[in-house]
Design a protein around this ligand. Structure first.
Ligand code: SF4
Length: 147
């Protein structure tokens, strides 16, 4: 199969969001990339989906609290390979001001391989969009199709 046909045969990556104990600030910014026409992640050939089993790229917010840790890891396992993991917000990247808190188990890269980090508290929608583009490129490389 030619490279062009191989590229055409690849569907769009679907995005899934996991809240790992976020304050919701990062989730509001994620929502703007989904629902606000000014950003509109579907322009990048991606779309949000409601099930981890349909997802290709997972965006995780929050510092991974003890309360949700096992659930987050279980949902992440349900996402089929090849998958790309994006840590959204400084809480997901380093735990930020919550680091070493009694109820904090993160950062998430203690438990999961993180492919893309998006620092910021919360990160701007433009930074999230840029991370999605990088994640899409990595996902296509994992599938053996260069973008
Ligand atoms: S990075 Fe900031 S906005 Fe995002 S979950 Fe942490 S405290 Fe909230």
């Amino acid at each position: 199969m030619s490279d062009f046909l191989k590229k055409l045969s690849v569907r769009s990556p679907w995005l899934f969001r996991i809240n790992a104990g976020s304050c919701n600030g990062c989730d509001v910014e994620l929502a703007t990339t989904a629902f606000i026409p000014r950003y509109d992640v579907e322009r990048l050939g991606c779309r949000y989906c409601g099930s981890p089993r349909h997802a290709d790229i997972v965006l995780i917010t929050g510092p991974l609290t003890a309360r949700v840790k096992d659930k987050v890891l279980r949902v992440w396992e349900e996402i089929p390979n090849p998958k790309i993991t994006v840590a959204v917000g400084i809480c997901a990247v380093t735990c930020g001001v919550f680091r070493d808190g009694y109820s904090i188990k993160g950062p998430i890269d203690r438990y999961l391989p993180v492919d893309v980090n998006v620092p910021g508290c919360p990160p701007r929608p433009q930074a999230i969009m840029e991370a999605v583009l990088i994640a899409k490129k990595l996902w296509m490389q994992k599938l053996g199709v260069e973008e």
